[in-house]
Each structure stands twice: as structure tokens, then as C-alpha cells.
Ligand binder design. Sequence first.
Ligand SMILES: Cc1cc2nc3c(=O)[nH]c(=O)nc-3n(C[C@H](O)[C@H](O)[C@H](O)COP(=O)(O)OP(=O)(O)OC[C@H]3O[C@@H](n4cnc5c(N)ncnc54)[C@H](O)[C@@H]3O)c2cc1C
Length: 584
Amino acid sequence: MEKTTHDRTPSGRESEDGAVFDAIVVGAGFGGLYMLHSVRKLGFTCRVFEAGGGVGGTWYWNRYPGARCDIESMQYSYSFDESLDQEWDWSEKYAPQPEILAYANHVADRFDLKRDIRFDTRVTEAVFNETANRWQIKTDRGDAVSAQFCIMAVGCLSAANLPAFEGIDTFEGPVYHTGHWPHETVDFTGKRVAVIGTGSSAIQSIPIIARQARTLTVFQRTPNYSVPAWNGPMDSEYARSIKADYSGFRAKMRARPTGFYFPFNTESAHASSGEEREQQFETFWQRGGLPFLGAYGDLLFDKEANDTIAEFAREKIRSVVEDPQVADLLSPDNVFGCKRLCVDSGYFETYNLPHVKLVDVSEHPIERLTAGGVVTNGVEYDADVVVCATGFAAMTGSFDRIDIRGRDGLALKKKWEAGPRTYLGLSTQGFPNFFMITGPGSPSVLASMIQSIEQHVDWMADCMAHMRDLGAQTIEPLASEEDAWVEHVNEVAAISLRSTCSSWYVGANIPGRPRVFMPYIGGFPVYVDRCNQSMDAGYAGFVFDQGALESSTPAIRLTERWHVPVDVEVISLAAIAANRVPVV
Ligand SMILES: Cc1cc2nc3c(=O)[nH]c(=O)nc-3n(C[C@H](O)[C@H](O)[C@H](O)COP(=O)(O)OP(=O)(O)OC[C@H]3O[C@@H](n4cnc5c(N)ncnc54)[C@H](O)[C@@H]3O)c2cc1C
């Protein structure tokens, strides 16, 4: 049946048919929320569509036990509003998911954002109409709206990867995915639980599930390195000292390759003796978390240097896990930090519990699920509950799940079939007025993501306002600039050991995906500088109205805080090439 203008949708709201906006934003995580706030501030009309039932994105969906940020809470938060910074208090060094979700809701309420968001609504189609120079957007709730700008705030880690295990429908108990966790509490008491996967979500949840479960069987394809978080209650003196000059602290974060602040050492690991290195690693280990990688400057650039930190981390595993065979299975032999480094609270210790079992599926993948278990290598492991901690189709997964078409009906999926192609990770040629928050080709997951989000949004909002000043209908990158940027992203990736292993950074966790290193690894400030240079030159590398309109010097509205001198000494490409910049 065809939808009419005022069909009631299953969520009880009326579908929006024919409504027009300046901007449509897809997604109401931290990216979509800040985009909405920013474009409204500049006087644009905006509608946000969100597949989930509330705001928060990652923190709405990932409700699994133990979910928390692995960038310190004092840094993992918005920086655009000083009073927001001052009024919010975090209870722990690394905030748990419910608290981050509460923060997202607080922001949405404080800035009155929810009235422009349509929840429980998935965008299914976004098609550029070349006659009207507008995007036509359709949703699974019957909405059919149009906008000059289509802004994807769909998230880098939002398309859950649920492997199509044979027999999954025959399994009699519940099957959960960590990225689609139920809202009600899941009680594992007395249950035989199977956890599939040993990535970050598994590493966070396993210690907590083990505390409740009767038995816990963990199915591991690849072991991962993990560093203790040493999480605990927020040190109120520390929080006070940061709040005394939050904007100064934020500026220090922005100047770091990672977009977050931690002390790091730019010396080579080779410059120290074996004993000194051990001491240095121990000092950084005791600080815990991602900053562990800051112990030396060449750990992600020099394989021999990396071998030293990898062996230190393996020794830590051996010192914790009592059964040498299990310790061996849990010890990765690949480049340390090549995959996203995990941060844990008691992960390896969990394997000393008598009711916890590790099953290696590296050579014999899971064959099938039965009514009451998981089968690998001909052996059935009993389970009442299966938890799939199998990650995401990272970076491009949520784009792939929408039918996005640009000029000449070209599908984005088709354009990106050999890997994503963008200019600055902000936009892609042939898709006018189409912006991507933390898109592939930008630092995104290699920087503190809220920093990445805010910088992208400010750049986009200023660009939209500039177009309004110019009277421009469309903006899109030049093919030549896009080609050059893609080449540069690859060139920089090749400098780092990060590009050498099978990780979700290169799409390797999903069979059949092209292997391309997707985030920009050149460092956050270098990247910001590139965006500024383009903007300051009237959006160099882009054309307005297909080249029919000349640009001029744009007004700086929201991007002022990003227009700061770059500390070339620490973060230049030359420094990266000289192997001195740790990019965790
Ligand atoms: C478990 C976990 C822990 C993390 N910890 C950290 C951390 O410590 N530090 C850090 O910097 N980053 C972390 N991240 C990355 C995290 O994703 C980002 O920090 C940030 O939350 C991303 O915000 P976003 O708005 O860009 O995307 P998301 O939060 O992923 O939001 C995207 C939203 O878009 C919606 N959406 C997607 N497709 C559609 C569609 N077709 N129609 C409608 N809606 C759609 C989704 O439902 C989702 O709500 C973590 C990620 C995970 C999964």
C-alpha cells in the first residue's frame, strides 16, 4: 500500500511526506547531536533521523556489562560549551556506559535537541536530485523528505556484525550481540554462557559475565593485547584541576596526534638498554590504558622496537594466567597496537577461574549452533546463552546499509567497492552537499572521537553558512583532489606498522570486504591544519555549483577554536616519518 501524507507510523507519530529542510542528519549519536545543535545555531532548519529509540548512538546500543569508554572521561566529552564542561561531573576515571548515555541525554535536553529528532526511524534511501539540487531521503517509517544537505552521522562502529552461523535459529536460548544489547538487565546467574569473540567488547564484558555465569566458554579466533585500565572513582582533585582551566586543557588535547592528552616519550626504544626499557614499560603500564603506547616514539613504526613492547605485554599475560597453555593461547604474536588496543579490568585474571574455558577457533572456525550449544572441530560446547562479541562492519558498514545515490544515479556502494574514496574524509566526489562526520579518510577512530566529531561539524557548519553567503547550491570535491587525498592517506598509513595486520581498520574482520586502511593516520592536528587550509582558501579542492561559482574568503563562525598554530615540532608529517610520534 502506498503511503499517504499522514499515515500513522508504528511509533505513533505521523510520517513526514514532502517536508523540506536545509539539512537532514542521519544518526543521533554524539555526531548527530552536535551537528543539529550547530546548524540550528547558524539558522538552518534540520531534521535528524535515528534508528534507535533514543540519543547516544554507541552508548544507546552497547549496553553490555562492562561497557565503558577507554579514553579518560575528563577528555571523552564535548568541548564546545564551557558551562557544559563545568556542570557535568564524571564518577569514574573511565565512565561506564549508563553514565555516558545519561550525559548524551543531558546534552540533548539542555540544548533542546530532541524536538528535531525522529527516533525509531531508519533512513533507507538518500538520492540526489540533480534538477532540484536536493537530497531526497526516505525512511522505514514512510517519511519522504528533502534537504539541500545530507549529513551522515552514522558512526564508525555502529553496523553490528552478526556472523551468519549455521543453526543460529535453532539455538533455543537467547543470542545477544554486544552492540545491540537489550535494555532490560540480562541475568546470567546459573547459566552456561558462550562468548564468541575476544575483541574490545568481549574483553570488557567477560570478567563481569564470569562473575554470574555457571560456566563461561570463550571462543577465540585471534588473541588481543590488552592493558589494564586501573579504573576507579574519579579523583576529585584531578577533576577540579582540569576544570580550573578546561579550555586550556582542551587546547592541549587538540594539539596531540590522538586528539587526547597523555604524556608520551618521543625517544626510540632502541636508545634504552634492555633494563631501562623494562622500567619504562613498567612505568607506562602502571599508568594503564591506551597511553601505554606512548612509552617510546617508534613503537608503531619500527618492528624491532615493537617486538620489545609486544614481549613485555606477553610476559604480563604469562605472569597473570596460571595455565601456561591458556596463557600461550591468549598471547598475540602480531604487532602490538596494530589492532585497536584493548583496555580491561581483570580480563586475563578471569581465565584462572575454574568455570571459565577458552576454546581456540583459529584453525577450526565455529561450525554451527545447535539447540543447546556451539560446535567447533566436531566438539559441542553446551550453552544456555550465546553472546556474540563479533564487532562491527567498521567505518563504512552503516553507509553500505543505506541506498545512497549521487550524480547520474551512482551508488556510493558501487563507488566504494574497492574501498572508500573521500576528500579529507568529509565528502566524496559525485555526491554534492553530502557530508560525513568522521568519514573514512579522516582521523576518526584514531583520535578521540568526540574531538574528531566536533572539528568535522564545525567545518561543515561553517561551510554551509559560507554557501548561504555565496548563494551556492552545491559543493563537492574535485576528483583530482580526492585522488590525491586517497593516495596521501595510503602513503601515511604505509609508514605505520598499523597497516600491516588484519584488523577492522582495514576491514579484515568481515569476509569479502576490500582491504584498505580507512582512517587517516597522519595525526589529528596535521589533519585539522589541512582542513583549515582548504577552508581559508575558500574551500580549495572543492567546487561550488560544479565550478560555475567562484568562492571567496569564508567567515569563521564555529571553526575558530581549530584555527590555532600547529606544533610542527611534535606532530608534523616529517616527525611521523622520522618515527617519533606515537599515534595510539
Ligand atoms: C563499545 C565502544 C566503546 C567506545 N569507546 C570509545 C572511547 O573510549 N573513545 C572514543 O573516542 N571512541 C570510543 N568509541 C567510538 C564511538 O563510536 C565514538 O566515540 C562516538 O560515540 C561515535 O559517535 P557518532 O555519533 O559518530 O556515532 P554513533 O555513536 O555510532 O551513532 C551513530 C548513530 O547513527 C544511527 N544510524 C546508523 N545508520 C542509520 C540509518 N540508516 N538511519 C538512522 N540512523 C542510523 C545509529 O543507530 C547510531 O545511533 C567506542 C565505540 C564502542 C562501540
